[in-house]
Design a binder for this molecule. Sequence first.
Ligand SMILES: Cc1ncc(COP(=O)(O)O)c(C=O)c1O
Length: 389
Amino acid sequence: MTPQLLSCQKSLFSLPEGVTYLNCAYMAPLLKSAEAAGIEGLQLKRAPYHINLYHFFDQVQEIRKTYANLIGVQNENRIVTMPSVSYGMGVVAKNLDLKKGDKVIVAAEQFPSNVYPWMNLTKEKDAELLTIWPPETKENRGEKWNEKLLDAIDEKTRLLAVSHTHWADGTVFNLKALREKTKEVGALLVGDGTQSVGALPFNVEEYRPDALICSSYKWLLGPYALTLGYFGEAFDGGKPIEEAWINRFDSDNFAGLVNYQDNYQEAALRYEAGGRSNFILIPILQAALQQITQWGIPQINKYLAKITEEPLQKMREIGCQIEKANFISPHLFGIRLSQDFNLEKLKERLTEEKIYVSFRGSAIRVSPYLYNDKDDLLKLTDVISSVKK
Ligand SMILES: Cc1ncc(COP(=O)(O)O)c(C=O)c1O
């Protein structure tokens, strides 16, 4: 049975009329249901006598289950919460056995949380950080960039740290091909899922990354300061960044916490950041993940493909440079404008029209979601067209 196409879901959010928000890659607005869950969590803190083991342990476990199900992970104890992507990459860096002359590979202009750890580590270990730049060409830029990345992986490569979708211009990286090549040479593949998971289908069983770190405040519609990390078998038995008491064996036995334990809890749970039982942020994220589960990530992607198809075609017709459809995803794409367009005027007009996008590097980053419709994107197209010289 073909799943039904979703319709616009704006009524589930609190975005005012007159605002055209095409900037989910910057920050997602809260769902009304997630906002209500957060308020409930806040109110719980004024009555701490109601806070019990469920809030310390089970709520987080529910997030693990819901998220594991969304990304195709069998064992939910491979999912941990942490404050940021930089924290998750810190865990990877701490456990990466890097030697002199080894290579870490990144794509150019990645988000800094997935670059600074490798700059530091390669310097410390006298290893090489290899940055793969996109080709100069405007034709088939995405395809050729992918080829360059693949070609760079060799016997000296220990880690490829990339994302599924480039955060600045939306280039989609072929993680399956990159995984195969990294496997051949025995290198780890670590993904930053922040700009893709939730809007672009991704299945851990299928792609087999060694770790996947994903901030929740964009395409997972979660709160700020809550990130989800998946750690595969390559990280079993590793060293956590900190020694959170709750990650040790028997930590739900509050009366016995000073019977210090040598053992951690199973699978990846040792990597969870301290203070994980956040009674406000956790319910917000759980409400959001439940809604995403109900919609289905493939359906979200299909809806976005439907509303962007005609506007993308029109944008290309008026002279916007946009990557070919198979190397961008409809949830995040970069538009590059030639000298024929007045960029300063465009910024003014966008502000006047209350159209929200981001300017990242050389691209205008457009990132619609289910609260948008085709008219929102056509409105953007008209504004771009109006600043053509
Ligand atoms: C690709 C990507 N990764 C990570 C982040 C956030 O990183 P952190 O959680 O370390 O602040 C962002 C924020 O824009 C991002 O676009």
